[in-house]
Design a protein around this ligand. Sequence first.
Ligand code: F6R
Ligand code: ZN
Length: 195
Amino acid sequence: VSSESSSRAITLDLKNFVMTPATRKREVRLSELKDYFSDPEAADKILSSGRDPVVYEYYEYVVEESAGHLSLGLTIIYPGKVGKEYFMTRGHFHLKPAAEFYYGIRGRGMLLIQSEDGRVEYVELRPGVIGYVPPGWGHRTINTGRAMFVFFFAYPSDAGHDYGIVKEKGFAKIVIEEKGRPKVVDNPKYTSSTI
Ligand code: F6R
Ligand code: ZN
């Protein structure tokens, strides 16, 4: 398969954090994410003050959603917290056992991964650090710093995304701020040992 678009140069503007070209750009606001946080009442408090901040946004360039291709993208997670829990992505599993990597560009964050049987591991991401998601592991990223957390990602285009499991059960661990520092703790709402 060859097409003109697949040979086009893709540019990451590392000053303004824009990726061009992109086939998709999405902004996710707090109102959409409320129930993913361990303290939705804290989210309600922010929302009822009339604010609905963008928690994260991402660009994606999908050449073709078929086997053999890669999808590339740039995610920006803004600094902030809901209660004690840091701003984060929804998180998902891939429908196919497809790996993914994240390359830290700016700020500080964490990549939390969880196996299908509920084991959790995490890696701290900062500029120049690569986080690896093995095939079959769910993943979420968290901004644990006070500035924007920005990373580049790539994964097989035909991986697919399953958001349902995380929406229903969350991850076994959450990342909170304690005494001014990030801490990975058990998710009080996580009930099942297997997902
Ligand atoms: C793609 C991937 C990331 C996320 C992005 C937003 O497979 O893992 O690019 O899509 O960081 O997070 P989600 O998709 O969980 O809202
Ligand atoms: Zn993914």
